[in-house]
Design a protein around this ligand. Structure first.
Ligand code: 5GP
Length: 119
């Protein structure tokens, strides 16, 4: 059974795309937690960062840098977050990086907080 991001890659679920090539896709998060909130994924399904192919990750680094330029946060700065597994609160089991920016982002290491509230 394919996950929701596999369906976005296949075009079965619409997404607001920012950048795409044959291996990666960037699109706006449906529930943005900052003025800029982009999700960046490999098209091939990896459940999370722990499963990711390090060689492909090298190519993905370049793609992420291109997304930052395309969305205009390469100079102003951004936060890159990936939730990996149960304790992180990962909801969609397909590796994705959150690119957050467009404002001064808060930071907290308070482990009693909902991990998502610290964006
Ligand atoms: P996670 O909690 O797994 O790190 O983040 C999943 C993210 O995917 C959330 O920020 C959520 O808003 C986003 N999301 C979930 N379903 C969809 C969808 O169908 N379309 C888009 N664009 N974003 C989604």
């Amino acid at each position: 059974m394919s996950c929701i991001f596999d369906k976005i890659v296949a075009g079965e679920i619409p997404s607001n795309k920012v950048l795409e090539n044959d291996k990666f896709l960037a699109f706006h998060d449906i529930n943005p937690k900052a003025p800029v909130h982009i999700l960046i994924i490999p098209k091939k399904h990896y459940e999370n960062f722990q499963e990711m192919d390090p060689t492909l990750m090298g190519e993905m680094t370049k793609f992420i840098q291109e997304v930052a330029i395309a969305i205009g946060v390469d100079k102003t700065g951004y936060r890159l977050v990936t939730n990996c597994g149960e304790n992180s609160g990962q909801e969609v089991p397909h590796l994705h990086f959150h690119m957050l920016g467009g404002t001064m982002l808060k930071w907290t290491d308070n482990h009693q907080h909902d991990p998502k509230s610290s964006f």
